[in-house]
Design a binder for this molecule. Structure first.
Ligand SMILES: *[C@@H]1O[C@H](CO)[C@@H](O)[C@H](O)[C@H]1NC(C)=O
Ligand SMILES: *[C@@H]1O[C@H](CO)[C@@H](O)[C@H](O)[C@H]1NC(C)=O
Length: 402
Protein backbone atom coordinates (compact mmCIF):
# COMPACT_ATOMS: atom_id res chain seq x y z
CA UNK A 1 0.00 0.00 0.00
CA UNK A 2 1.00 3.52 -0.54
CA UNK A 3 0.06 6.37 1.67
CA UNK A 4 -0.94 9.87 0.80
CA UNK A 5 -2.59 12.68 2.68
CA UNK A 6 -5.90 14.28 1.70
CA UNK A 7 -4.41 17.77 1.47
CA UNK A 8 -2.13 16.89 -1.37
CA UNK A 9 -4.99 15.55 -3.38
CA UNK A 10 -7.33 18.46 -2.93
CA UNK A 11 -5.18 20.68 -5.10
CA UNK A 12 -4.96 18.13 -7.91
CA UNK A 13 -8.58 17.13 -8.41
CA UNK A 14 -9.96 17.91 -11.83
CA UNK A 15 -13.55 19.03 -11.45
CA UNK A 16 -15.17 17.33 -14.43
CA UNK A 17 -18.83 17.05 -13.59
CA UNK A 18 -21.31 15.31 -15.85
CA UNK A 19 -24.92 14.55 -15.20
CA UNK A 20 -25.47 10.83 -15.54
CA UNK A 21 -28.49 9.43 -17.35
CA UNK A 22 -29.15 6.56 -14.95
CA UNK A 23 -32.13 6.80 -12.65
CA UNK A 24 -31.97 5.29 -9.21
CA UNK A 25 -35.13 3.41 -8.26
CA UNK A 26 -36.53 2.65 -4.84
CA UNK A 27 -37.26 -1.03 -4.08
CA UNK A 28 -39.21 -2.67 -1.26
CA UNK A 29 -36.83 -2.78 1.74
CA UNK A 30 -39.30 -4.74 3.89
CA UNK A 31 -38.62 -7.80 1.70
CA UNK A 32 -34.87 -7.78 2.47
CA UNK A 33 -34.10 -9.89 5.54
CA UNK A 34 -30.99 -11.22 7.22
CA UNK A 35 -30.93 -13.96 9.82
CA UNK A 36 -28.44 -13.31 12.60
CA UNK A 37 -26.24 -15.70 14.54
CA UNK A 38 -24.48 -13.23 16.84
CA UNK A 39 -21.96 -14.92 19.13
CA UNK A 40 -22.25 -18.20 17.18
CA UNK A 41 -18.55 -18.98 17.71
CA UNK A 42 -18.26 -17.58 21.24
CA UNK A 43 -17.78 -20.93 22.99
CA UNK A 44 -14.98 -21.90 20.61
CA UNK A 45 -13.38 -18.46 20.92
CA UNK A 46 -13.38 -18.87 24.71
CA UNK A 47 -11.51 -22.14 24.32
CA UNK A 48 -8.95 -20.51 22.03
CA UNK A 49 -8.61 -17.66 24.55
CA UNK A 50 -7.57 -20.25 27.12
CA UNK A 51 -4.73 -21.41 24.87
CA UNK A 52 -3.55 -18.44 22.79
CA UNK A 53 -2.16 -15.18 24.23
CA UNK A 54 -4.29 -12.06 23.72
CA UNK A 55 -2.72 -9.23 21.74
CA UNK A 56 -4.51 -6.80 24.09
CA UNK A 57 -6.61 -5.07 21.46
CA UNK A 58 -5.68 -2.99 18.41
CA UNK A 59 -3.93 -0.24 20.35
CA UNK A 60 -1.03 -2.06 21.90
CA UNK A 61 -1.01 -4.43 19.01
CA UNK A 62 -0.38 -1.71 16.47
CA UNK A 63 2.50 -0.25 18.45
CA UNK A 64 4.52 -3.43 18.32
CA UNK A 65 5.14 -2.89 14.71
CA UNK A 66 6.95 -4.47 11.83
CA UNK A 67 6.25 -3.04 8.42
CA UNK A 68 6.62 0.57 7.40
CA UNK A 69 4.33 2.09 4.82
CA UNK A 70 6.11 4.25 2.33
CA UNK A 71 5.36 7.92 2.88
CA UNK A 72 5.64 10.10 -0.18
CA UNK A 73 4.43 13.21 -1.88
CA UNK A 74 2.52 12.85 -5.11
CA UNK A 75 1.51 15.37 -7.67
CA UNK A 76 -1.32 13.35 -9.14
CA UNK A 77 -3.62 10.79 -7.69
CA UNK A 78 -2.35 7.98 -9.88
CA UNK A 79 1.36 8.21 -9.29
CA UNK A 80 2.68 5.37 -7.22
CA UNK A 81 5.98 4.92 -5.55
CA UNK A 82 7.97 1.75 -5.42
CA UNK A 83 8.78 0.65 -1.91
CA UNK A 84 12.44 0.83 -1.28
CA UNK A 85 12.88 0.99 2.45
CA UNK A 86 11.73 -2.46 3.40
CA UNK A 87 11.92 -6.01 2.16
CA UNK A 88 8.23 -6.70 1.76
CA UNK A 89 6.28 -6.28 -1.41
CA UNK A 90 2.64 -5.66 -0.63
CA UNK A 91 2.57 -2.92 -3.26
CA UNK A 92 3.36 -5.32 -6.12
CA UNK A 93 2.22 -8.74 -4.97
CA UNK A 94 -0.44 -10.48 -7.01
CA UNK A 95 -0.90 -13.09 -4.26
CA UNK A 96 -3.11 -10.72 -2.26
CA UNK A 97 -5.44 -7.99 -3.54
CA UNK A 98 -6.64 -5.18 -1.27
CA UNK A 99 -10.40 -4.49 -1.23
CA UNK A 100 -12.08 -3.19 1.89
CA UNK A 101 -11.32 -0.09 3.92
CA UNK A 102 -12.56 1.24 7.29
CA UNK A 103 -11.02 3.25 10.13
CA UNK A 104 -11.16 4.08 13.83
CA UNK A 105 -13.38 6.97 12.75
CA UNK A 106 -16.03 4.34 11.92
CA UNK A 107 -15.33 2.49 15.14
CA UNK A 108 -15.66 5.42 17.57
CA UNK A 109 -17.34 8.82 17.39
CA UNK A 110 -14.17 10.59 18.54
CA UNK A 111 -12.32 9.03 15.59
CA UNK A 112 -9.56 7.23 17.46
CA UNK A 113 -9.04 3.95 19.26
CA UNK A 114 -7.46 5.17 22.52
CA UNK A 115 -5.01 7.71 21.08
CA UNK A 116 -4.58 5.78 17.88
CA UNK A 117 -5.82 6.82 14.51
CA UNK A 118 -6.05 3.46 12.76
CA UNK A 119 -7.04 2.40 9.27
CA UNK A 120 -7.92 -1.17 8.36
CA UNK A 121 -7.61 -2.68 4.87
CA UNK A 122 -8.82 -6.17 3.86
CA UNK A 123 -7.01 -8.35 1.30
CA UNK A 124 -8.09 -11.64 -0.27
CA UNK A 125 -5.94 -14.51 -1.51
CA UNK A 126 -5.89 -13.74 -5.23
CA UNK A 127 -3.99 -16.70 -6.69
CA UNK A 128 -5.59 -19.75 -5.10
CA UNK A 129 -9.32 -20.37 -5.78
CA UNK A 130 -11.56 -20.11 -2.72
CA UNK A 131 -12.59 -23.75 -3.20
CA UNK A 132 -8.95 -24.92 -2.82
CA UNK A 133 -7.85 -25.84 0.73
CA UNK A 134 -4.56 -24.03 0.06
CA UNK A 135 -6.42 -20.69 -0.15
CA UNK A 136 -5.29 -18.57 2.82
CA UNK A 137 -8.47 -16.52 2.93
CA UNK A 138 -8.46 -12.94 4.15
CA UNK A 139 -5.91 -10.82 5.92
CA UNK A 140 -6.40 -7.39 7.48
CA UNK A 141 -3.74 -4.67 7.59
CA UNK A 142 -3.86 -2.49 10.70
CA UNK A 143 -2.29 0.81 9.66
CA UNK A 144 -1.02 3.28 12.26
CA UNK A 145 -2.01 6.69 10.89
CA UNK A 146 -0.52 8.65 13.80
CA UNK A 147 3.06 8.56 12.75
CA UNK A 148 4.78 10.15 9.81
CA UNK A 149 5.80 6.67 8.74
CA UNK A 150 2.68 4.57 8.55
CA UNK A 151 3.55 1.28 10.16
CA UNK A 152 1.18 -1.59 9.62
CA UNK A 153 0.69 -5.18 10.54
CA UNK A 154 -1.14 -7.96 8.69
CA UNK A 155 -3.45 -10.27 10.61
CA UNK A 156 -5.27 -13.35 9.31
CA UNK A 157 -9.05 -13.71 9.76
CA UNK A 158 -10.07 -17.22 10.79
CA UNK A 159 -13.15 -19.31 11.59
CA UNK A 160 -12.92 -21.21 14.90
CA UNK A 161 -13.49 -24.95 14.74
CA UNK A 162 -12.62 -28.15 16.55
CA UNK A 163 -10.43 -30.87 15.08
CA UNK A 164 -11.92 -34.38 14.76
CA UNK A 165 -10.35 -35.15 18.13
CA UNK A 166 -11.99 -32.14 19.76
CA UNK A 167 -8.97 -29.80 19.90
CA UNK A 168 -9.84 -26.09 19.39
CA UNK A 169 -8.51 -24.88 16.03
CA UNK A 170 -9.42 -22.57 13.15
CA UNK A 171 -9.47 -22.40 9.35
CA UNK A 172 -9.16 -19.53 6.86
CA UNK A 173 -12.07 -17.32 5.81
CA UNK A 174 -12.10 -18.09 2.08
CA UNK A 175 -14.09 -15.13 0.79
CA UNK A 176 -13.51 -12.01 -1.32
CA UNK A 177 -13.80 -9.53 1.60
CA UNK A 178 -14.80 -6.75 -0.80
CA UNK A 179 -15.79 -4.43 2.04
CA UNK A 180 -15.21 -4.02 5.77
CA UNK A 181 -16.73 -1.92 8.55
CA UNK A 182 -15.32 -1.39 12.05
CA UNK A 183 -18.01 -0.58 14.64
CA UNK A 184 -16.79 -0.41 18.25
CA UNK A 185 -15.35 -3.85 19.02
CA UNK A 186 -16.88 -5.51 15.95
CA UNK A 187 -15.43 -5.89 12.48
CA UNK A 188 -18.00 -6.55 9.73
CA UNK A 189 -16.73 -8.31 6.59
CA UNK A 190 -19.04 -8.86 3.60
CA UNK A 191 -19.34 -12.40 2.27
CA UNK A 192 -20.38 -12.11 -1.41
CA UNK A 193 -23.00 -14.84 -1.70
CA UNK A 194 -23.97 -15.26 1.93
CA UNK A 195 -24.29 -11.98 3.83
CA UNK A 196 -21.93 -10.49 6.39
CA UNK A 197 -19.52 -12.02 8.89
CA UNK A 198 -18.67 -10.39 12.21
CA UNK A 199 -15.30 -10.58 13.98
CA UNK A 200 -14.63 -9.51 17.56
CA UNK A 201 -11.59 -7.27 17.96
CA UNK A 202 -11.46 -8.07 21.68
CA UNK A 203 -9.81 -11.29 20.52
CA UNK A 204 -6.64 -10.83 18.54
CA UNK A 205 -4.80 -14.07 19.20
CA UNK A 206 -1.07 -14.55 18.98
CA UNK A 207 0.15 -17.68 17.18
CA UNK A 208 3.53 -19.15 16.26
CA UNK A 209 5.21 -18.28 12.97
CA UNK A 210 4.72 -21.18 10.56
CA UNK A 211 3.26 -22.27 7.24
CA UNK A 212 0.07 -23.94 8.40
CA UNK A 213 -3.23 -22.48 9.52
CA UNK A 214 -4.79 -23.63 12.78
CA UNK A 215 -3.78 -26.28 15.29
CA UNK A 216 -0.47 -27.93 14.39
CA UNK A 217 0.69 -29.84 17.44
CA UNK A 218 0.58 -29.58 21.21
CA UNK A 219 -0.08 -25.89 21.96
CA UNK A 220 1.30 -24.86 18.58
CA UNK A 221 -0.97 -22.82 16.30
CA UNK A 222 0.05 -21.17 13.03
CA UNK A 223 -1.39 -18.61 10.62
CA UNK A 224 0.18 -19.25 7.22
CA UNK A 225 3.57 -17.68 7.30
CA UNK A 226 3.42 -15.32 4.36
CA UNK A 227 6.54 -16.69 2.74
CA UNK A 228 6.70 -14.18 -0.05
CA UNK A 229 6.94 -11.41 2.53
CA UNK A 230 10.61 -11.46 3.24
CA UNK A 231 10.20 -9.03 6.06
CA UNK A 232 8.27 -11.43 8.22
CA UNK A 233 10.94 -14.06 8.36
CA UNK A 234 13.52 -11.45 9.24
CA UNK A 235 11.72 -9.47 11.89
CA UNK A 236 8.41 -10.93 12.86
CA UNK A 237 8.53 -13.27 15.83
CA UNK A 238 4.83 -13.97 15.94
CA UNK A 239 1.67 -13.75 13.93
CA UNK A 240 -1.91 -12.99 14.86
CA UNK A 241 -5.38 -14.21 14.01
CA UNK A 242 -8.85 -12.77 14.62
CA UNK A 243 -11.53 -15.45 15.01
CA UNK A 244 -15.01 -15.00 13.56
CA UNK A 245 -17.61 -14.27 16.25
CA UNK A 246 -20.94 -14.34 14.42
CA UNK A 247 -22.71 -13.70 11.14
CA UNK A 248 -25.86 -12.47 9.38
CA UNK A 249 -27.06 -14.65 6.52
CA UNK A 250 -29.31 -13.72 3.62
CA UNK A 251 -32.71 -15.03 4.58
CA UNK A 252 -35.43 -13.77 2.21
CA UNK A 253 -35.50 -14.31 -1.59
CA UNK A 254 -34.32 -10.79 -2.41
CA UNK A 255 -31.57 -11.02 0.22
CA UNK A 256 -30.40 -14.32 -1.30
CA UNK A 257 -30.42 -12.78 -4.76
CA UNK A 258 -28.16 -9.92 -3.59
CA UNK A 259 -24.36 -10.01 -3.81
CA UNK A 260 -22.64 -8.57 -0.73
CA UNK A 261 -19.74 -6.77 -2.40
CA UNK A 262 -19.01 -3.77 -0.16
CA UNK A 263 -20.11 -2.07 3.07
CA UNK A 264 -19.88 1.28 4.92
CA UNK A 265 -20.97 2.67 8.23
CA UNK A 266 -23.11 5.82 8.37
CA UNK A 267 -22.79 7.65 11.72
CA UNK A 268 -24.76 10.63 10.43
CA UNK A 269 -28.14 8.84 10.65
CA UNK A 270 -30.20 8.27 13.82
CA UNK A 271 -29.71 5.53 14.77
CA UNK A 272 -26.35 4.68 13.18
CA UNK A 273 -26.75 2.50 10.10
CA UNK A 274 -24.78 0.74 7.40
CA UNK A 275 -25.12 0.41 3.65
CA UNK A 276 -24.06 -2.59 1.57
CA UNK A 277 -23.87 -2.74 -2.21
CA UNK A 278 -23.65 -5.18 -5.10
CA UNK A 279 -20.99 -5.23 -7.80
CA UNK A 280 -21.65 -6.30 -11.39
CA UNK A 281 -19.52 -5.18 -14.32
CA UNK A 282 -22.61 -4.55 -16.45
CA UNK A 283 -24.47 -2.63 -13.76
CA UNK A 284 -27.36 -5.11 -13.98
CA UNK A 285 -28.68 -5.79 -10.48
CA UNK A 286 -26.33 -3.30 -8.85
CA UNK A 287 -28.29 -2.33 -5.77
CA UNK A 288 -27.68 -0.90 -2.31
CA UNK A 289 -29.37 -1.81 0.95
CA UNK A 290 -29.37 -0.16 4.39
CA UNK A 291 -29.79 -1.60 7.90
CA UNK A 292 -30.09 0.28 11.19
CA UNK A 293 -27.63 -0.50 13.97
CA UNK A 294 -28.13 -0.92 17.69
CA UNK A 295 -25.35 1.06 19.34
CA UNK A 296 -25.46 -1.06 22.49
CA UNK A 297 -25.14 -4.46 20.86
CA UNK A 298 -23.15 -3.22 17.80
CA UNK A 299 -25.51 -5.39 15.74
CA UNK A 300 -28.22 -4.74 13.16
CA UNK A 301 -31.53 -3.85 14.86
CA UNK A 302 -33.65 -6.98 14.97
CA UNK A 303 -37.23 -6.72 13.80
CA UNK A 304 -38.05 -9.96 15.57
CA UNK A 305 -35.88 -12.51 17.30
CA UNK A 306 -32.65 -12.55 15.30
CA UNK A 307 -34.06 -11.33 11.99
CA UNK A 308 -33.01 -7.92 10.74
CA UNK A 309 -35.06 -6.12 8.07
CA UNK A 310 -33.59 -3.50 5.73
CA UNK A 311 -34.74 0.09 6.06
CA UNK A 312 -33.79 1.19 2.54
CA UNK A 313 -33.26 -0.65 -0.76
CA UNK A 314 -32.38 0.96 -4.12
CA UNK A 315 -31.59 -0.13 -7.64
CA UNK A 316 -28.51 1.92 -8.63
CA UNK A 317 -27.44 0.31 -11.92
CA UNK A 318 -23.99 1.91 -12.17
CA UNK A 319 -21.47 -0.27 -14.01
CA UNK A 320 -18.72 -1.81 -11.88
CA UNK A 321 -19.81 -0.16 -8.64
CA UNK A 322 -17.14 -1.00 -6.06
CA UNK A 323 -18.01 1.08 -3.02
CA UNK A 324 -20.75 3.18 -1.41
CA UNK A 325 -20.98 5.46 1.57
CA UNK A 326 -23.60 8.00 2.60
CA UNK A 327 -23.36 11.14 4.68
CA UNK A 328 -26.03 13.55 5.93
CA UNK A 329 -24.87 17.15 6.34
CA UNK A 330 -27.14 20.16 6.94
CA UNK A 331 -30.18 18.01 6.31
CA UNK A 332 -28.92 16.77 2.92
CA UNK A 333 -28.27 13.05 2.56
CA UNK A 334 -25.66 12.39 -0.07
CA UNK A 335 -24.46 9.04 -1.38
CA UNK A 336 -21.02 8.49 -2.89
CA UNK A 337 -20.31 5.61 -5.28
CA UNK A 338 -16.88 4.47 -6.50
CA UNK A 339 -16.82 2.70 -9.88
CA UNK A 340 -13.82 1.03 -11.52
CA UNK A 341 -13.14 1.45 -15.23
CA UNK A 342 -10.56 -1.26 -15.90
CA UNK A 343 -6.92 -1.69 -15.04
CA UNK A 344 -5.69 1.17 -17.23
CA UNK A 345 -8.33 3.82 -16.67
CA UNK A 346 -9.06 6.00 -13.67
CA UNK A 347 -12.19 5.17 -11.74
CA UNK A 348 -15.28 7.40 -11.58
CA UNK A 349 -16.88 8.91 -8.50
CA UNK A 350 -20.66 9.50 -8.44
CA UNK A 351 -22.75 11.43 -5.97
CA UNK A 352 -26.48 11.09 -5.46
CA UNK A 353 -28.62 13.52 -3.49
CA UNK A 354 -31.41 11.36 -2.12
CA UNK A 355 -33.98 14.14 -1.78
CA UNK A 356 -33.57 15.80 -5.19
CA UNK A 357 -32.54 12.61 -7.00
CA UNK A 358 -29.62 14.43 -8.66
CA UNK A 359 -26.91 12.00 -9.75
CA UNK A 360 -23.55 13.43 -10.75
CA UNK A 361 -20.60 11.74 -12.35
CA UNK A 362 -17.00 12.80 -11.72
CA UNK A 363 -15.17 11.06 -14.52
CA UNK A 364 -11.68 9.77 -13.77
CA UNK A 365 -11.74 11.31 -10.32
CA UNK A 366 -10.46 8.15 -8.60
CA UNK A 367 -7.34 6.03 -9.01
CA UNK A 368 -7.31 2.96 -11.24
CA UNK A 369 -9.15 0.05 -9.63
CA UNK A 370 -10.91 1.97 -6.82
CA UNK A 371 -12.61 -0.25 -4.27
CA UNK A 372 -14.57 0.10 -1.01
CA UNK A 373 -15.35 3.59 0.36
CA UNK A 374 -15.32 4.86 3.93
CA UNK A 375 -16.10 8.30 5.34
CA UNK A 376 -13.93 9.97 7.98
CA UNK A 377 -16.03 12.59 9.73
CA UNK A 378 -13.07 14.23 11.52
CA UNK A 379 -11.62 15.57 8.27
CA UNK A 380 -14.75 15.29 6.07
CA UNK A 381 -12.78 12.79 4.00
CA UNK A 382 -13.80 10.01 1.61
CA UNK A 383 -11.26 7.20 1.69
CA UNK A 384 -10.70 4.45 -0.85
CA UNK A 385 -7.94 2.23 -2.14
CA UNK A 386 -6.59 1.06 -5.52
CA UNK A 387 -6.42 -2.74 -5.95
CA UNK A 388 -4.01 -3.37 -8.83
CA UNK A 389 -0.41 -4.48 -8.23
CA UNK A 390 1.97 -1.54 -8.49
CA UNK A 391 -0.88 0.98 -8.12
CA UNK A 392 -2.24 0.66 -4.63
CA UNK A 393 -2.71 4.09 -3.16
CA UNK A 394 -4.71 4.40 0.05
CA UNK A 395 -6.07 7.92 -0.25
CA UNK A 396 -8.74 10.41 0.62
CA UNK A 397 -10.79 13.00 -1.23
CA UNK A 398 -12.31 16.00 0.48
CA UNK A 399 -16.05 15.17 0.60
CA UNK A 400 -17.25 18.79 0.43
CA UNK A 401 -15.80 19.12 -3.08
CA UNK A 402 -18.53 16.88 -4.46
C1 LIG B 1 -7.73 -8.75 25.14
O1 LIG B 1 -7.29 -7.43 25.40
C2 LIG B 1 -8.27 -6.42 25.16
C3 LIG B 1 -7.63 -5.06 25.35
O2 LIG B 1 -6.97 -4.99 26.57
C4 LIG B 1 -9.47 -6.63 26.07
O3 LIG B 1 -10.45 -5.68 25.77
C5 LIG B 1 -10.02 -8.02 25.84
O4 LIG B 1 -11.05 -8.27 26.75
C6 LIG B 1 -8.91 -9.07 26.04
N1 LIG B 1 -9.45 -10.35 25.67
C7 LIG B 1 -9.31 -11.40 26.47
C8 LIG B 1 -9.91 -12.65 25.95
O5 LIG B 1 -8.74 -11.36 27.54
C1 LIG C 1 -24.65 -9.21 -14.10
O1 LIG C 1 -25.09 -8.67 -15.34
C2 LIG C 1 -25.44 -9.64 -16.32
C3 LIG C 1 -25.85 -8.89 -17.58
O2 LIG C 1 -24.77 -8.26 -18.15
C4 LIG C 1 -26.55 -10.50 -15.82
O3 LIG C 1 -26.83 -11.50 -16.78
C5 LIG C 1 -26.16 -11.16 -14.51
O4 LIG C 1 -27.25 -11.86 -13.99
C6 LIG C 1 -25.73 -10.10 -13.50
N1 LIG C 1 -25.22 -10.75 -12.30
C7 LIG C 1 -25.80 -10.63 -11.12
C8 LIG C 1 -25.16 -11.37 -10.01
O5 LIG C 1 -26.76 -9.95 -10.92
Amino acid sequence: MVWTTPKLLITTIAATVLTAQAAIQELDASQFKLFGKPGHYEALINKLDGILPNASGPSQFIRSYTYVLCHFDISTICTCCGIKKTGYDDINTDKWYPQGVTSSSDAYDKGTYGDNNIMLVSWYDHTVPASDPANKGVRISFVDMNKEQHNYRNVLLVVPEETSSGVPSFHPVRIHAGGIMWYDDKLYVVDTNAGVRIFDLGHICKVTVGDQIGYVSSDRYEAANYKYVLFITLYQKSQYVIPQWGYYLANSDVAKDFRYSFISLDRTTTPDSFVMGQYNSSGVNNRIVRFDLDYNTRLPIHSSDTYATATEFYYVGLKSMQGVTSVTKDGVQKYYFSCSRGENTNGDLYTWDRSTGALQQYTGELSKGPEDLTYRQQGDELWTIGEHPGERPVYALSANKY
